[in-house]
Design a protein around this ligand. Structure first.
Ligand SMILES: [Zn+2]
Length: 315
């Protein structure tokens, strides 16, 4: 025997319950989100603040925090479209159910495709003419410049002049990613994450406070096919796929972090700040000492810490 309520389509129930929201309830909901933001959410972890943007962007951990607050359970449906050329499009619908009542609360859409610049291309690496390893980096000016087969990248340590033809004739820059399948799992996760953030923003009225426009690009999103230095051209094919921080933004942030690090290191007189200390601190905090390997949220966090240090030292 079923009750009248459970016999009704869930969608109708949801519409009915939404129609019952008063202005005061809507205001209370926005206030609740703001309270949660102030009390529990951390800048750089649950949301990210981009200078110049009017609203902070809601990150996945922040969306999960709001799900906890409003007692919402996400459920996902994914559609995948694999293409003969190795590309994959993923569309995910995230449905939020209000746990105490079992009512449909709202839904969001997320899309991601390997055709997005950061998956579709990779940075061509110059290989060493001596050992054939793709370990060639630009030598630091203070160590005489030129090119170096970097030992930390498994290179042989050979050095080459700035204009060495065997190096400069090699093509650097953006080339099509020939290992697209490596990005498939990431693309599925990204679409899922975008759908969740979209659902939470829409269903909880959090879009009054947050935006989805500049989300984090996690390490997994960048992966071995990183195209950190490629321009954010040829944007995503679908509108809801713009959830990532554009690679321009990530680049800008990385430059900012590098500039802060060298400023602090150069300050010299500052006790206990040298490259090694920073590397050590970063490894302890983020599991990597490479700025390029940080997730977008970690990058924002690092910049915040470095800026605080900078102010503390009056630089
Ligand atoms: Zn070499």
């Amino acid at each position: 025997m079923s009750t009248v309520d459970t016999a009704e389509p869930r969608q109708e129930l949801a519409l009915r319950s939404q129609a019952e929201l008063t202005v005061e309830q809507v205001v209370a909901q926005v206030q609740k989100i703001q309270q949660v933001q102030r009390a529990v959410m951390k800048d750089g972890e649950h949301f990210g603040v981009i200078p110049g943007a009017t609203k902070p962007s809601l990150l996945k951990p922040g969306a999960e925090k709001l799900c906890e607050t409003f007692r919402l359970a996400p459920r996902y449906r994914a559609e995948k479209q694999a293409h003969p050329d190795g590309h994959l499009d993923v569309f995910v619908t995230c449905e939020l159910t209000h746990i105490p009542t079992g009512l449909f609360f709202g839904e969001g859409l997320g899309a991601c495709t390997t055709r997005e610049t950061k998956y579709a291309y990779r940075q061509a690496e110059r290989t060493c003419p001596k050992c054939s390893k793709p370990a060639i980096i630009k030598g630091k000016a203070e160590y005489g410049g030129g090119w170096l087969c970097f030992k930390k990248k498994n290179g042989c340590g050979a050095k080459f002049a700035d204009d060495a033809p065997e190096i400069v004739s090699q093509e650097g820059g953006r080339i099509p990613n020939d290992a697209l399948a490596d990005a498939w799992n990431t693309v599925v996760k990204m679409a899922k994450k975008r759908a969740l953030v979209d659902a939470v923003l829409t269903a909880t009225a959090a879009s009054d406070i947050f935006t989805q426009d500049l989300e984090d690009t996690g390490k997994a999103d960048i992966g071995s096919a990183a195209t950190a230095s490629t321009p954010a051209t040829g944007g995503p094919a679908v509108e809801s796929a713009v959830a990532d921080a554009p690679s321009d933004e990530v680049k800008k942030r990385r430059r900012q972090a590098h500039a802060l690090i060298s400023k602090l290191v150069k300050a010299g007189s500052a006790p206990q700040i040298d490259e090694e200390a920073i590397n050590h601190g970063m490894t302890a905090e983020y599991g990597t000492a490479r700025v390029a390997d940080l997730t977008y949220a970690q990058l924002l966090n690092l910049i915040e810490r470095l800026s605080a240090k900078e102010q503390e030292l009056g630089l």
